[in-house]
Ligand binder design. Structure first.
Ligand code: CNA
Length: 285
């Protein structure tokens, strides 16, 4: 691990104008107490049996939700933002921004912990949306975070208990946080930014490093994003396991660190001489 971290820190030190693009997933939030999807035994999919789903992904399937929203509301109650604090990895990304080394964070996560860590909104692309706002899936009426959050947080199972989630405007529609379900479109900002950044990378490949972290690279469109990084640019994987294009089509220039992502950024911050700053950020001082 140390050798690869040194490699990463050398690139960052040798080109002080270079910036990082993070592409992150559920693995950066597991240390906050939010399970990921696919880790064996601890992942959400492993633990969904109590919801009696026909298949695990159904909890995030828009057609299933229309017929039976209860499993999603049970899960939403557990996962709601505010119940968790950012991880060391989130704060490291914020530190990168403070040091003017952050280009963008593409996140698949819906926990809003990137914002919670203080990263500026314009740097974050929430590819799968977030809990930060809600809408009616029928008439699109918008609902503020706080109104719906309170209702979901007090949600209990039972007949008629999810009536709170019926739209007050069209009456029949169900209210759902603006997170992207299977069968729904991704926000257009994701594709616009990705396209813009790909062009930047093609032109100035020495000035950007793309770090993939805490993701199985199994879900569209992130599954194809590692292969889309131009060959001339440096890409890195920080994950517990070797995944996606890093496994299928490894490149000599890849920097692969198969470790816990919090430990990796702690070591990286030490190498960069930023450990004290990271600790200050985390403690809020
Ligand atoms: P995933 O498919 O569950 O993969 C997570 C990956 O992270 C796996 O490869 C793990 O080995 C790895 N991992 C887990 N913990 C760590 C750790 N501490 N350090 C390093 N690696 C670790 O999750 P993806 O994000 O790839 O899949 C995309 C889904 C997950 C999106 O649709 C998300 O909405 C969804 N999701 C989000 C959250 C969240 O918001 N925190 C939680 C669970 C699922």
């Amino acid at each position: 691990m140390k050798k690869s971290i040194k490699q990463l820190s050398s690139i960052l030190k040798e080109n002080p104008n270079s910036k990082v693009i993070f592409m992150v997933g559920a693995g950066i939030s597991t240390s906050c107490g939010i399970p990921d999807f696919r880790s064996p035994k601890t992942g959400l999919y492993h633990n969904l049996s109590k919801l009696n789903l026909p298949y695990a992904e159904a909890v995030f399937d828009i057609d299933f939700f229309k017929n039976n929203p209860v499993p999603f509301y049970i899960l939403a109650k557990e996962l709601y933002p505010g119940n968790f604090k950012p991880s060391k990895f989130h704060y490291f990304m914020k530190l990168m921004e403070d040091k003017n080394r952050l280009h963008r964070v593409y996140t698949q996560n819906i926990d809003t912990l990137e914002r919670e860590a203080g990263i500026s909104g314009e740097k974050i692309i929430e590819a799968h949306g977030s809990f930060a706002s809600n809408h009616c899936i029928n008439c699109n009426e918008r609902y503020e975070l706080e109104i719906f959050k309170e209702k979901v947080t007090n949600f209990e199972e039972g007949p008629g208990k999810h009536d709170f989630a019926k739209c007050r405007k069209c009456v029949d529609g169900l209210i759902k946080p603006n997170i992207v379900f299977f069968g729904e479109n991704l926000p257009s900002s994701f594709f616009t930014s990705l396209d813009y950044d790909r062009k930047l990378l093609e032109k100035n490949s020495d000035d950007y490093i793309v770090i993939f972290a805490g993701t199985s690279l199994a879900v569209y469109p992130f599954c194809s994003s590692a292969a889309a990084v131009p060959e001339m640019a440096t890409r890195s994987l920080v994950n517990k396991e070797l995944v996606g294009n890093f496994k299928k089509e490894p490149r000599d220039s890849d920097i692969v660190i198969l470790e816990n992502c919090d430990s990796v950024v702690e070591e990286l911050a030490r190498e960069l001489g930023w450990l004290e700053d990271l600790e200050k950020l985390i403690s809020g001082s």
